[in-house]
Design a protein. Sequence first.
Length: 176
Amino acid sequence: PIDRATPKAHGGDGPISIHGERKHATVLHCGVANAAELAERLGPAGLHELLTRFGEMAADEIGRYEGIVRQRQPDEFVALFGARIVHEDDARRAVLAALAIRRRASESFGDRTTETEGPIVRAGINTGPVIVSRRADDRSVEYYSVGDTTKVADLLHQLAGPDAILISESSRRAVE
């Protein structure tokens, strides 16, 4: 279903929302495991700069594998593979993106000595059915997803140790 919001005052059409489209997708929930330690060491401005660079780098990798960033917070994000463009290998693309993000974070932000430790990445990946909604306006298209697939990716992310990428059984089978 398509819902049109109230037209803009200048006469143009308002935002368009598409609700409740069922998709088979892969969800990547990724974040910085040591954000609290980085905040203590770098201070607010330094942490903000580091997390901004991390987010830009992660978005580049997600885009490279044709995923989309669905939700972004300062120290973590959720990405969808198979929501905007469906590929047979969306689960593989999510895993490759997570590996590339982890590698680039390690290379871009220094080695893991006490003085130069950068962001330590952890991620959870799950594949399955999701309900995807989109909202588009003049500036962008935002994607939202709900369902158990998203919840399990979040849980895997929470359980992952530093520098770990946990994938669900459904993602493992899809990658094989």
